[in-house]
Design a protein around this ligand. Structure first.
Ligand code: SF4
Ligand code: SF4
Ligand code: FES
Length: 267
């Protein structure tokens, strides 16, 4: 690694949350990592993995974290850095105040150290049928045309990487509650905009009406502030709220009252 020798720091100071399991007490450990120009948080974690020795010189276990693509695409490296949720792979140490404090996401069950279980996000995608049913359609020729305007909107929505920043920042998402958060709501919008997704459009809206659905959003707008892909999440939430209301009215007007009552929820 290239180190700064004059007029600058030679090491980067990290304070990292260590916790074996949720049954163990957690604690911070501090590390001094050799400074390298352009280093990001993941490259520093890799350095600690190569040489797991604390700032006090004590040998320790390598830190556990998640990452994969290292280019802000897979969404797996999300952690709280200096108290703000971000992607570790695109967070450059030159832009962060020291000590750089790394903590796991608080809205997801801890696995170990910085790694958490984000299953609730994938369960939410299942709840809103966030896919297209195209089995058996490959012999039918080209699919329906999409306007360029719709393509532009859908492209942005499709960049969601299930990183969980929006859930971590949302005051309505808590460990142990069921709110699906903004990402799944936005994915329901994406697939309902796709002409090939029309046949399951009401399934997606029904999923949004179920427990933990769009009605639990408190409209705090924290989600849109932290999304690394700048997805217009509050626009998606408003659009899906309108579609859900329309479906409810359609059900009432078609006198499908049991479905309408079930969809409206208890009370
Ligand atoms: S608008 Fe607020 S309450 Fe709704 S999903 Fe976003 S952060 Fe959560
Ligand atoms: S909507 Fe944005 S913040 Fe939320 S999971 Fe997708 S990319 Fe991450
Ligand atoms: S490692 Fe894939 S987004 Fe950071």
């Amino acid at each position: 690694m290239e180190t700064r020798t004059a007029g600058g720091r030679t090491h980067v100071h990290f304070k990292i949350w260590r916790q074996e399991t949720t049954d163990h007490e957690g604690r911070f450990e501090e590390f001094k990592v050799p400074y390298a120009k352009g280093a990001n948080v993941i490259s520093c974690l890799m350095e600690i993995q190569r040489n797991p020795v604390t700032a006090e010189g004590k040998r320790t276990t390598p830190v556990v974290w998640d990452s994969n693509c290292l280019e802000e695409v897979c969404g797996s490296c999300t952690v709280n850095i200096n108290g703000r949720v971000r992607m570790a792979c695109s967070s450059l140490v030159d832009h962060l105040a020291e000590p750089i404090v790394l903590e796991p996401l608080q809205k997801f069950p801890l696995v170990r150290d910085l790694a958490v279980d984000r299953s609730r996000m994938f369960d939410a995608l299942k709840q809103v049928t966030a896919w297209l049913n195209i089995d058996g359609t490959h012999d039918l020729g080209p699919g329906p045309r999409q306007s360029q305007g719709d393509q532009a909107v859908m492209y942005v929505l499709s960049t969601c990487m299930t990183c969980a920043c929006c859930l971590e920042a949302c005051p309505q998402v808590q460990l142990g509650n069921a709110f699906m958060g903004a990402a799944a709501i936005s994915q329901a919008r994406l697939f309902n905009m796709n002409p090939s997704g029309k046949m399951n459009a009401d399934d997606r809206l029904s999923g949004l009406m179920e427990r933990g659905g769009v009605q639990d959003c408190g409209k705090a707008q924290n989600c849109v502030e932290v999304c690394p892909k700048e997805i217009p999440l509050t626009t998606s939430i408003a659009a899906m709220n309108r579609e859900v209301t329309k479906l409810l009215f359609r059900r009432i007007l078609s006198l499908d009252l049991p479905s309408a009552r079930a969809a409206a929820g208890p009370g």
